[in-house]
Design a protein around this ligand. Structure first.
Ligand code: NAP
Length: 498
């Protein structure tokens, strides 16, 4: 058998390759899920970013299947919308428990298609599952607000009702969590869902569909349509039955969908790009700031909307921070995700080209490279963890999302100056602040124009908090009770009580 054909054959057969590593081989699904498994005539190649090898071929669906998914979701909506909250809660809870039970298999599937280090993939499965657990509880909350009537002889009520079919469109960097963060809220609210996962990472989405099926979610309530994004999502944007769109991805595609959503006046949640500043004042704990800097930049190999893109260090700490940070960056282990390194491969060649362009541009403008600064020989998609210092604000890396393992450091003198520089961006997702002065914490936190501010720490995410950005980082919030907003309508009822 020809080598390429053999490789494809192996990838199709769950007995070989990734399938052989899974305890539950039925989690490796290749068909779309539209009220049941749906094969496609054409195939989408899913490849391992660490090696380029084919992992699986998945159904490449299009506009016809996108419309079929809405038909199914629309048919399932009336029953799901009026199901008792405890019924919806129990289904979400079973789905959560199944994710927990299959944690290792789900993590292996994610590493195979996304490339992230295995322990990060396990962490993402836990994070993804936590939204199912949280919204299983939230689904039970009483949903009626009482208002004292302002009209004589009238009784007033405000109800929250599910909007209808919700379209969920997700990126490749968090292949599971971005789906459950949306779907759990939508389903808890009583909506039904049609999901388009990123072309590079459909397997994690389809494994979630398999578990949703096992959890007993009724047919048509949760559908996954892999394939041609412009066709599939385009069909949903035109469809008057799709009442909400929740999108996570680039600001560029977010703007396009915002425009497309206007014609049918859809509810929108947009979780878009970020360009996080990481600010260290002279009064900060330097070693803690360096520890947090490594996490804030290099988690998900830098391919994270929350990744710190620009490090502003006050003069007193500048030289020591650069030296300590350089030593830590140089020590990061690069390797295939399955070997659980610190940094895995990037997603595609375009990502590598972006690292190269940002580094070359910064160095041409006078930046110095203390470590890294080029591709690694491990495979075509590996880029060395890199530290640039003395980077001027005019460099592209100080304005554009780098989405990779390159950190850019620059000094500052004064508080007002650094806040102005941090805010001088179209993005407003997250800012990291390091200082031990409580008054400065208060002042700076107030002044930073970001949806999330992390003070003396990096990890801030979780199901009970409102995740989201200001400015062109997006619209709306996910998680917490705010995550239900886009999936619910308010109905005001005024009754004559005579
Ligand atoms: P992307 O290119 O915008 O893709 C995101 C999703 O949109 C994918 O499902 C993609 O499908 C789909 N899509 C692409 N072109 C489309 C079109 N013309 N019409 C409709 N849908 C389309 O983003 P990405 O490269 O996957 O993800 C990286 C970006 O996501 C970064 O900017 C990052 O900051 C952002 N992000 C934000 C958050 C947050 O919560 N704020 C979280 C994670 C990531 P195909 O893959 O099939 O093309």
């Amino acid at each position: 058998m020809h080598a390429a054909t053999k490789r494809k054959h192996e990838a199709r057969s769950p007995e070989n390759g990734l399938g052989a590593r899974l305890a539950d081989k039925a989690l490796l699904r290749r068909a779309g899920y539209i009220g049941g498994w749906r094969e496609g005539a054409a195939q989408l190649d899913v490849t391992d970013p660490a090696t380029g090898a084919l992992v699986a071929q998945v159904a490449r669906l299009g506009a016809a299947e996108a419309r079929a998914a809405v038909d199914t979701a629309q048919a399932a909506f009336p029953d799901w919308a009026v199901a008792l909250p405890q019924h919806r809660a129990a289904a979400l809870r079973r789905w959560f428990e199944l994710m927990r039970a299959h944690r290792e298999d789900l993590a292996l599937i994610m590493v195979a298609e996304q490339g992230k280090p295995l322990s990060e993939a396990r962490g993402e499965i836990d994070y993804a599952a936590s939204f199912l657990e949280f919204y299983a509880e939230e689904a039970r909350r009483p949903n009626i607000e009482s208002v004292t009537s302002h009209l004589p002889d009238a009784e007033v009520e405000i109800w929250r009702e599910p909007v209808g079919v919700a379209a969920l469109v997700t990126p490749w960097n968090f292949p599971s969590a971005m789906i459950t963060r949306k779907a759990a809220a939508a389903l808890a609210a009583g909506c039904t869902c049609v999901v388009h996962p990123a072309a590079q990472t459909p397997l994690s989405a389809l494994a979630l569909a398999e578990l949703a099926h096992r959890a007993g979610l009724p047919e048509g309530v949760f559908n996954v349509v892999p394939g041609e994004a412009p066709e599939i999502v385009g069909a949903w944007m035109e469809d008057t039955r799709v009442r909400a769109l929740s999108f996570t991805g680039s600001t560029e595609i977010g703007r396009l969908l915002y425009r497309q959503g206007a014609d049918t006046v859809k509810r929108l949640v947009l979780e878009l790009g970020g360009h996080a500043p990481f600010i260290v004042f002279d009064d900060a704990d330097l070693d803690q700031a360096v520890d947090e800097a490594v996490k804030a930049k290099f988690a998900t190999s830098g391919q994270d909307c929350l990744a710190a893109n620009r490090f502003y260090i006050q003069r007193g700490h500048y030289d020591a921070f650069c030296e300590k940070f350089a030593a830590r960056v140089a020590a990061l282990r690069l390797g295939p995700g399955m070997e659980d390194p610190d940094i895995g491969p990037l997603m595609n060649e375009a990502a590598l080209a972006k690292q190269e362009a940002h580094v070359a541009d910064a160095m041409a403008l006078g930046a110095r490279c203390l470590t890294g600064g080029g591709r690694a020989a491990l495979g075509p998609l590996f880029y060395k963890p890199t530290l640039l210092v003395d980077v001027p604000d005019t460099a592209a890396i100080m304005r554009e999302e780098t989405f990779g393992p390159v950190a850019a450091v620059t000094p500052f003198e004064h508080e007002e100056e650094v806040i102005a520089r941090a805010n001088a961006t179209e993005y407003g997702l997250v800012a990291y602040l390091h200082t031990l002065d409580p008054r400065r914490i208060y002042r700076a936190t107030r002044a930073l124009q970001f949806g999330m501010v992390a003070v003396n720490r990096t990890k801030v995410t979780g199901a009970p908090i409102p995740f989201g950005g200001m400015k062109q980082s997006g619209i709306g919030r996910e998680g917490a009770r705010w995550g239900l907003e886009a999936f619910t309508e308010i109905k005001y009822v005024c009754r004559d009580w005579h």
